[in-house]
Design a protein around this ligand. Structure first.
Ligand code: HEC
Length: 138
């Protein structure tokens, strides 16, 4: 009986050490997995940072659009006085606005135009930038 107890104890001890060994293995596996995850996460966050920076660069490069930015301002704020048969210069379309781009920029930047009203700072910037970028038909 005593002998049996002893061998049982030994057996349990054996089992315990085995369990510990497998525990250790799975712990190591888990740790490796964590490392892979963390590295993967860091790598992707770096990549998305680079993408963001590229986007910013593209935006910094972006030109002001005549069609999307300048024309809507002309139509809403200038045509009432510079439409067909109105004050010089007529500003109805790209050809007319680009022909007078320099004086349009001067009048808007100085705040002389639109007469009796004011554009927002962003609208003035759009027009000034568009002229500085070459008054493109874009
Ligand atoms: C309320 C009427 C009115 C509005 C709105 C108006 N203008 Fe004028 N604009 C005039 C008049 C009148 C003149 C001519 C007399 C003068 O120069 O003040 C003129 C002249 C000009 C000139 C010619 C300046 C020169 O050197 O001969 C430009 C360029 C001009 N406007 C641009 C604009 C632009 C761009 C807008 C819109 C952002 C605008 N104007 C809105 C009334 C207006």
């Amino acid at each position: 009986m005593k002998l049996f107890k002893k061998s049982l104890n030994l057996h349990t001890l054996n089992c315990l050490t085995k369990i510990k060994a497998t525990d250790m293995k799975s712990y190591l596996k888990f740790r490796n997995l964590c490392t892979v995850f963390i590295l993967g996460f860091l790598a992707t966050s770096c990549v998305s940072n680079v993408e963001e920076q590229q986007e910013e660069l593209i935006n910094a490069d972006a030109k002001v659009s005549y069609t999307n930015d300048v024309k809507p301002i002309m139509d809403a704020r200038c045509l009432s006085c510079h439409g067909a048969g109105g004050n010089f210069p007529e500003l109805k379309n790209y050809t007319e606005v680009s022909t007078h781009a320099v004086i349009v920029k001067e009048e808007v930047a100085s705040g002389r135009m639109p007469r009796g009203a004011a554009l927002t700072a962003a609208q003035v910037k759009s027009i000034v930038d568009w002229v500085n970028e070459g008054a493109l038909d874009n």
